[in-house]
Design a binder for this molecule. Structure first.
Ligand SMILES: [Zn+2]
Length: 360
């Protein structure tokens, strides 16, 4: 029996494809139904060209029509999705993209998001990385994940400092204005504002670039935070399990995603009983790779502007003139990388001094 929603989805599909006789492919409607009717977590594995994007778009349309929030789509292949985005627009979905090529528009897109003008936001994994989530998801490095778990929520003192400043302000404060008033970094302030903004009801409200205090008396939900932190630690433990597990890796993932019928895939390293890629690497290549890392450098751009009112006694404001500007710096390693990173880490935390390196 076809439900009303299925009928509606089919009409939308035809509209999106500009084809009045199009039908769903096997599994497309079932996937949309699982999300829109049963709020399931769902894993769809399909070849390129099967029409996964229609699943996202139609599910988004149906959920938006029910008054639900926006869809976040993370894909490494956004550039290849242009055609699909115009298909989405044909069914009245406002799709916006944030990637490395349109950083300037980011603020405008953020404003549209806040104003509820976006239905689906497409971002690349790199963008997600910029938001500092990358380490949590892609690099199961204990120290890094521990750090992010611990600092995911701002300390209560930061929340209260920001709220007190906003309550005192006559006409709201922007982030740079908060920076001037508080002994907190830009990152710390943004974290507080992000957390407070998603509270319902929220004690802050953003209008253009300024934040205002609302009449809500905010109390941090310490229980909620403890619970979320607990979940993060459980997830971290499951990632560790995944790396050491001796059962089919796909079966493990499917169980994690609540698949009622997980079974061995027959294709992964565990099922095959041997690594998929050879683990033997010639030492020649290792040395070459380490040398490459050791001689590659990251540029450190010097500050171009004085901190606003930061050095007012000296009358330093606005642009730093060329003659006072620092030169471009170089960083020889990234934290814990395979070049100099390990040595730097050991110097900082074990030896308490940094070994002087002779660099050609
Ligand atoms: Zn397997």
């Amino acid at each position: 029996m076809t439900s009303n929603n299925q009928q509606k989805a089919l009409l939308l599909l035809r509209q999106a494809l500009n084809n009045s006789t199009a039908e769903f492919r096997d599994g497309q409607w079932e996937a949309i139904e699982a999300i829109t009717e049963y709020q399931s977590r769902l894993l769809v594995v399909q070849r390129t060209g099967w029409g996964k994007s229609f699943v996202y778009f139609l599910a988004t349309r149906l959920l938006r029509d029910k008054g639900k929030g926006i869809t976040l789509l993370i894909s490494p292949l956004l550039a290849l999705m242009r055609n699909q985005i115009s298909a989405a627009e044909r069914i009245g979905i406002s799709a916006q993209t944030i990637n490395s090529s349109n950083k300037e528009e980011k603020e405008e897109i953020e404003n549209n998001l806040m104003a509820g003008k976006v239905d689906i936001l497409l971002i690349t994994p790199e963008t997600l990385a910029n938001e500092k989530f990358q380490e949590n998801i892609l690099l199961p490095d204990e120290e890094i994940t521990d750090y992010f778990i611990h600092t995911a929520f701002p300390p209560e003192a930061h929340n209260q400092a920001v709220l007190a400043a906003l309550n005192e302000a006559e006409d709201g404060l922007s982030v740079p204005m908060l920076e001037e008033k508080l002994n907190l970094t830009n990152g710390q302030i943004n974290k507080v504002l992000k957390l407070l903004s998603i509270e319902t009801p929220s004690p802050v409200k953003k209008i253009k670039s300024k934040y205002y205090a609302t009449p809500i008396n905010y109390q941090t939900g310490t229980e909620k935070i403890a619970k979320l932190t607990q979940i993060r630690y459980q997830e971290q433990a499951r990632m560790r399990d995944y790396m050491e597990i001796q059962e089919c890796l796909m079966q493990f993932l499917r169980k994690e995603l609540d698949d009622p019928n997980p079974h061995p895939c027959g294709k992964c390293a565990i099922c095959l009983g041997k690594p998929i890629f050879s683990e033997n690497v010639s030492s020649k290549f290792v040395i070459k790779a380490v040398n490459f890392l050791r001689s590659s450098e990251q540029i450190i751009e010097p500050r171009k502007k004085w901190p606003k009112d930061g050095l007012s006694t000296y009358n330093f404001n606005g642009k730093i003139s060329e003659d006072l500007r620092a030169e471009v710096g170089r960083s020889l390693s990234l934290w814990n990388d395979a070049g100099w990173g390990k040595l730097v880490k050991k110097g900082k935390y074990t030896d308490n001094h940094l070994t002087i390196l002779a660099i050609d």
